[in-house]
Design a protein around this ligand. Structure first.
Ligand code: G3P
Length: 215
């Protein structure tokens, strides 16, 4: 499973990149706003650090405006992927952009029916939001299972990005289901690495090493 980092914070991206485990980056207007700098400047910088796909979201609401905005965003770098919301106008925009070979990530997906339409429209990626479904007492991970089944029934090439990931178990469950990608906040990447028994084990080995007589 590929792991993307879900952030627009340059320091987090650099740190994750140094781990050598990051296959791409996803951003959204909320994440960009946290950085308090112009969006294009941030996106340019991210694309210089990461060679994998970098998702940048449109804010337009009509298909023609979305396409116009997408063309501008796509000029930033070759690895920019355009995030388009899953609404009627968004689906029209995805079809137009796929004809121009501009890659798309259809976002704010909350149901298998929406994901089916994203794939039919020619989306490169679809982003079902797991955590936000969990927040309203719906089992988010169930839609990943359903989308995976639907896509495999018809050999859709659209890749599933498990998004709105809130904890390490979301990542493990995504991998068990066989999702293509999980996009993960930096804090969750750190949680994935950590285990208390690993830390206790290291401490014990270091203490025991001191007991070994020197030659
Ligand atoms: O990139 C979109 C997504 O991952 C949002 O996550 O935590 O705001 O629901 P969250």
């Amino acid at each position: 499973m590929k792991i993307f980092i879900d952030t627009a914070n340059i320091e987090e991206i650099k740190q994750a990149q140094q781990l050598g485990l990051i296959d791409g980056v996803t951003t959204n207007p909320t994440l960009i706003a946290k950085e308090k700098r112009p969006a294009y400047e941030i996106l340019e910088q991210i694309c210089k650090i990461v060679s994998g796909p970098v998702s940048a979201e449109v804010i337009s609401q009509t298909s023609l405006e979305m396409v116009k905005e997408a063309r501008e965003l796509a000029k930033i770098a070759n690895n920019i992927v355009i995030k388009i919301p899953l609404i009627k106008e968004g689906l029209k925009a995805v079809q137009l952009l796929s004809k121009e070979n501009i890659k798309t990530n259809v976002t704010l997906c909350f149901s298998p029916s929406q994901a089916l339409l994203a794939a039919k429209a020619g989306a490169t990626y679809v982003s079902p939001f797991i955590g936000r479904l969990d927040d309203i007492s719906q089992e988010g991970m169930q839609i990943i299972k359903d989308i995976k089944k639907i896509y495999s029934n018809y050999q859709f090439k659209t890749e599933i990005i498990v998004a709105s990931v809130r904890n390490p178990m979301h990542v493990v469950e995504a991998a068990l289901i066989g999702a293509d990608i999980a996009t993960v906040p930096f804090s969750v990447i750190e949680q994935l690495i950590k285990h208390p028994l690993t830390d206790i084990g290291i401490q014990r080995f270091l203490e025991d090493y001191k007991k070994i007589p020197s030659q």
